[in-house]
Design a protein around this ligand. Structure first.
Ligand SMILES: Nc1ncnc2c1ncn2[C@@H]1O[C@H](COP(=O)(O)OP(=O)(O)O)[C@@H](O)[C@H]1O
Ligand SMILES: [Mg+2]
Length: 238
């Protein structure tokens, strides 16, 4: 595990391997993410997406291979992982060093539309609000990179759409790169510059998504890309 600038790249992963017992989950996976680039990582259930993301986040000491990520990165999981005994603002400010952590936390909360909920307890929030707080907690560290593991996977369809739009706005404003693990092909095609498919422990497919933004499912070209991705994921569309 190393954190240094990977030349012109924000993320460079080479030969990433991880096994659990006899089960080889990552078998020499390679991938890169450029500055400000959004890369979606798809793959069947159990293909190793979360394992890969945890390795990049420095949460897996047993993964081997070369990993370079920026010093400032944020992680968002499917569950918000807020501390229930801390108010929202203190969850966002947790562990922040430097000047005025609470002021910075409030600014991040305001950016995700929750500037007025800093005094609330996590249990008082809806699922979507709690995920917004999780995004604010990542954002407040001014990350060059966001690592997102199915961040909107547990939300209802409308809330998910709002969160996708929020992520897009934040990325435009802050310019961070993102690696977005998702099982939602449309989410990948709406947000990503490139879609990767993890299969057999490696990146088995790489599909550039060059549709102009903002994107919509009805855009010309969207359906073709969706079919190609679904086909690669083992769900051929007739
Ligand atoms: N801590 C662990 N112990 C044993 N097996 C694990 C562990 N974490 C993940 N696995 C296994 O590794 C494989 C990939 O898991 P995961 O990365 O969570 O897949 P995905 O996120 O793509 O659904 C699965 O077969 C899973 O059972
Ligand atoms: Mg997973």
């Amino acid at each position: 595990m190393a954190t240094w600038a990977a030349g012109d790249l924000t993320v460079r992963v080479t030969g990433l391997r991880r096994s659990f017992g006899d089960t080889v989950v990552l078998d020499g996976a390679d991938l890169t993410v450029g500055p400000g680039e959004v890369v979606a990582l798809l793959g069947g259930s159990g293909s190793g997406k979360s394992t890969l993301l945890r390795a990049l986040a420095g949460l897996d000491a047993e993964a081997t291979g070369q990993i370079t990520v920026p010093a400032h990165y944020g992680v968002v999981f499917q569950e918000h992982r807020l501390l229930p005994w801390k108010r929202v603002i203190d969850n966002v400010a947790l562990g922040l060093i430097g000047t005025d952590p609470r002021g910075r936390a409030l600014a991040a909360l305001t950016e995700v539309g929750l500037g007025d909920r800093g005094g609330a307890w996590p249990a008082e929030l809806s699922g979507g609000q709690a995920q917004r707080v999780a995004v604010a907690r990542a954002l407040v560290r001014e990350p060059e990179l966001l690592l997102l593991d199915e961040p909107f996977g547990a939300l209802d369809a409308l809330t998910r759409l709002r969160m996708q739009q929020l992520l897009e706005r934040l990325r435009e404003r802050h310019g961070f790169a993102a690696l977005l693990v998702t099982h939602d092909v449309d989410e990948a095609l709406l947000l990503a510059d490139r879609a990767l498919v993890l299969d057999g422990g490696r990146i088995a497919e790489e599909i550039p998504v060059t549709l102009p933004k903002p994107r919509h499912q009805d855009d010309p070209g969207f359906g073709g890309l969706r079919r190609r991705l679904l086909d690669r994921l083992g769900v051929p569309v007739p």
